[in-house]
Design a protein around this ligand. Sequence first.
Ligand SMILES: NC(=O)c1ccc[n+]([C@@H]2O[C@H](COP(=O)([O-])OP(=O)(O)OC[C@H]3O[C@@H](n4cnc5c(N)ncnc54)[C@H](O)[C@@H]3O)[C@@H](O)[C@H]2O)c1
Length: 328
Amino acid sequence: MKIRVLSAAEVRAALPMRDAMDAVREAFIALSAGQAVMPVRARVDVERAGGIGLTMPAYLAGPHELATKLVSVFPGNLERKPSLPTIHALVVVFDADTGLPAGVMDGGSLTAIRTGAASGVATEELAREDAEAAGMLGAGVQARTQLEAVLTARPQIRRAFVFDPRTAAAEAYAAEMSDRLRIPVKVLGSADAVVERSDVIAEATTATTPVFSDRALRDDAHLNAVGSFTPAMQIVPEATVVRASVVVDHRESAWEEAGDLIQPRDRGAITEEHVLAEIGEICAGRQPAPTRRPTLFKTVGTAVQDVAAGSAALRRAEEMDLGAVIEI
Ligand SMILES: NC(=O)c1ccc[n+]([C@@H]2O[C@H](COP(=O)([O-])OP(=O)(O)OC[C@H]3O[C@@H](n4cnc5c(N)ncnc54)[C@H](O)[C@@H]3O)[C@@H](O)[C@H]2O)c1
């Protein structure tokens, strides 16, 4: 049996952000229309190392795509010397007619691209058309594709701000992203300073408690909240969740995993009806986009994003003859 193997660099070459956003948009539409098979992901805790392992399979009926992601999240990796990325993953794409594995690829790069793409789609649907400033909370791996996606959605954005308590990481981020995206990216001294100055904000941190204060968030802002993916993590202030028009990637996954929403619900500050729509319902025109801002897109990440993005990357890699084809 022959399969194609793609490195991180090859995944990036095969999947530009615009293509990833198109694929993820279709995946969200299918998910919300009941045209995807996606169990809530299975999770194992690795207490001794403070990490977790996740298995994320899904099938998309429309394009007939099948894939599974195996992913680990080890936040302690940042403290290692030298530091290591928090997230490592492999994505296996299967032929949906025969079940034969067709490709295996680096899932860390794919995760970053598809997570950025989700926020990019939400930004297209929910943020002000005339947004001028983007704000990044966190200067890690996700923050890079978050900014790229926000700029793909709102290309007229002229400047960006970033805050990370690891100042050296924030400075490296600002230098790299100004160079890559050709806009000034400025490091600020607090999360509130970033939020106050920004029309579109991405929270992509490994924090577990709120990282900014609600009063810093403008009434006309849009926030993509990426970081929290367990009930114990509440990174968006409760007052922001209450005040915002809330849209999620997938209701069932959000109420299973998104501490940002679960904690305010459990304290009685919101009910589940506070979530106005899934982003796929808005993309399909089955629900209107909220008319009131601030808007909050809460994503915990869904396997359909990996299936759509992984399948698109593999198709393009075949056309470009990227990667190695190996016999296993
Ligand atoms: N929603 C999704 O689909 C999705 C996908 C991938 C990752 N994630 C989650 O997003 C988070 C970030 O992932 P990553 O790969 O970028 O991790 P990373 O380790 O590369 O970067 C996280 C950054 O957050 C910073 N940070 C911590 N506390 C902060 C604070 N109070 N204010 C500002 N910055 C702070 C850290 O210093 C670090 O630079 C993780 O929790 C990860 O599990 C979510």
